[in-house]
Ligand binder design. Structure first.
Ligand code: ATP
Ligand code: MG
Length: 557
């Protein structure tokens, strides 16, 4: 996908093909307003792909002054759970959207769906089938061969009604019978070859308990639920395109009064370096490849929130990637860029050292301290107050800012070199203390208020590096997160494709004293290192814990 389609204009504000359809429908008087819904199945946590669908559905309702329902598509009692219902509600709200109260559930319509099924039977448009699931598959045919009619297809209306009622009453075992639409076993569209409408499932449902032993199928439930709720546009992902004829067939067969909802399909989001299928996400969680549904490496909304992404950044991402009709992969870069663009103007800059290297400033008096002040928003000096920085005789700099034998392009500290400590003074390194392996363990330096010309930049210009004071700094748990997979388009081989460096702990990390006041959920830019958030729920004054949200620099790969 070419980069130039992602300029900074808000694509969702401009044209997308769904808006064009809606505009046409409104102009033609097919609908008097726009009503949409977001219909998750409560069988997993929401991910960034769902966030795209949420932004689309709720965004359209907002823009057209319509309404958007939240509807749980809870027709599969075995895989669903209230844990998921609760997390989905929380995630939608966190993303900044408000559904039209009350929340809907497909299970609210079980009785109505049952009545509609009897109507179909009475019209001769549905029948009870005794074929087993395997036989149904055999009879279905293939893409190139038509299917065969079930021997039970021509049962009379009375017999069908009687059997369907007995299915409901629990007289038959799971899988012994099903209710099927009577459409066309020779249809080129396999979805139209007498699709199942009801199956027997003697399982407790998280909302209706043991009230039902038959459950309606997704395709049948979805269109009827949309129609009951008065949806104008039923927006779904591309894989439902071939199901649209069935969607329309059911409402037609039921003589549903106009205006009937119109199904429109769009391409699902595929994001590089991650997986989105609930099955794979569940596997990552259940097999402990990650630490729960909100592990900051996952693409779930709960994980992105914990990682420090803002709702604004996810909405910005959704609007930038826009809505397309054909499947594509989006570079991870666009997700990171959205959060950087959102955080950059509003996030205070502070200092932290992730891999501390001790520096002793020999001409700084022992036991004394000196205060400097540094702006929290250096690019906008009037925006916010300054915070105090404490200089001590012993400080820490980051190991990466020093090299024993620096190559030409390395402008930072080395033996005999000089750097500027951010918001402080200049230090000049005149001695390196090494361990038995020859690694630097301590630098002996002297400070000066003015540069002395030993910097490695052009004309002796010193580089600026970050630092923290030795005693006054705060030890912290800092966790660096990166992409979960090392390949851009993982096939799901968790053994081989996971990025071993998706989580790197910095055991010795230290923060500048100002961060003692940080509250869980607060975000900071650690200068030169990235944007970080004080982890919820682990951060506290006693155990400061920070997650890296994103690095500072745009990396496209
Ligand atoms: P999975 O296939 O992983 O189980 P799903 O699509 O079945 O996911 P649902 O809970 O049914 O998950 O999805 C709710 C809504 O979100 C649907 O309208 C679906 O089309 C949409 N959606 C799901 N995944 C994506 C995605 N990757 N991009 C955009 N929309 C998505
Ligand atoms: Mg689904």
């Amino acid at each position: 996908m070419s980069a130039d389609i992602f300029d900074d204009t808000d694509k969702a504000e401009g044209g997308n093909f769904i808006r064009n359809f809606i505009d046409e429908d409104l102009a033609a008087g097919r609908y008097t307003g726009v009503t949409t819904r977001f219909p998750p199945e409560p069988n997993g946590y929401l991910h960034i792909g769902h966030a795209k669908s949420i932004c689309l559905n709720f965004g359209l309702a907002q823009d057209y002054n319509g309404r958007c329902n939240l509807r749980f598509d809870d027709t599969n009692p075995v895989k669903e759970d209230v844990e998921y219902v609760d997390s989905i509600r929380e995630d939608v709200r966190w993303l900044g959207f408000q559904w039209q109260e009350p929340i809907h559930y497909a299970s609210d319509y079980f009785e109505k769906l049952y009545e509609c099924a009897e109507v179909l039977i009475q019209k001769g448009l549905a029948y009870v089938d005794d074929l087993t699931a395997e036989e149904v598959r055999e009879y279905r045919g293939t893409l190139t061969e038509p299917g065969k009619n079930s021997p039970w297809r021509d049962r009379g209306v009375e017999e069908n009604l009687d059997l369907f009622r007995r299915m409901r009453a629990g007289e038959f075992a799971d899988g012994a019978k099903s209710l099927r639409a009577k459409i066309d076993m020779a249809s080129p569209n396999i979805n139209m070859r007498d699709p199942a409408l009801y199956r027997i499932r003697k399982a407790s449902h998280h909302r209706t308990g043991d009230q039902w032993v038959i459950y309606p199928m997704y395709d049948y439930t979805h269109c009827v639920s949309d129609a009951i709720e008065g949806m104008s546009h039923s927006i779904c992902t591309l894989e439902f395109e071939d199901h649209r004829p069935l969607y329309d067939w059911v409402l037609e067969a039921l003589d549903w009064p106009a205006p009937r909802p119109r199904q429109i399909e769009f391409a699902r989001l595929n994001l590089e370096y991650t997986v989105m299928s609930k099955r794979k996400l569940l596997q990552l969680v259940k097999e402990n490849f990650v630490d729960g549904w909100d592990d900051p490496r996952l693409p779930t909304v709960a994980a992105l929130r914990r990682r420090g992404f803002t709702p604004e950044s996810l909405r910005l991402f959704a609007s930038r990637i826009g809505v397309a009709k054909r499947d594509s992969w989006i570079e991870y870069y666009w997700l990171e860029k959205s959060v950087r663009d959102d955080l950059n103007p509003q996030t205070p800059r502070v200092m932290a050292v992730l891999k501390p290297l001790k520096v002793v400033i020999e001409n700084f008096p022992e036991g004394e301290t000196r205060e400097f002040s540094g702006p929290l928003f250096p690019d906008e000096p009037d925006k916010m107050p300054f915070r105090k920085l404490v200089m001590e005789r012993e400080i820490f700099i980051d190991e990466d800012d020093f090299m024993l034998d620096p190559p030409k392009k390395f402008y930072r500290l080395g033996p005999g070199r000089e750097v500027l400590l951010r918001w402080g003074f200049y230090i000049h390194c005149h001695e390196v203390v090494k361990d038995a392996e020859g690694r630097a363990t301590e630098l002996r330096c002297t400070y000066s208020e003015e540069p002395r010309g030993f910097g490695a930049g052009s004309g002796g210009q010193p580089a600026v590096i970050h630092w923290v004071p030795g005693k006054a700094s705060i030890p912290a748990h800092v966790r660096l997160y990166d992409r979960l997979f090392k390949v851009p388009r993982p096939k799901g081989d968790l053994g081989k494709e996971l990025n071993p460096e998706s989580l790197v702990d910095c055991p010795g990390a230290r923060l500048e004293p100002y961060l003692a006041e940080a509250q869980a959920g607060q975000r900071f830019q650690f200068e030169r290192l990235g944007y970080f958030i004080a982890d919820e729920p682990l951060h506290s004054r006693e155990t400061p814990t920070f997650n890296r949200i994103v690095t500072l620099r745009d990396k496209r790969s």
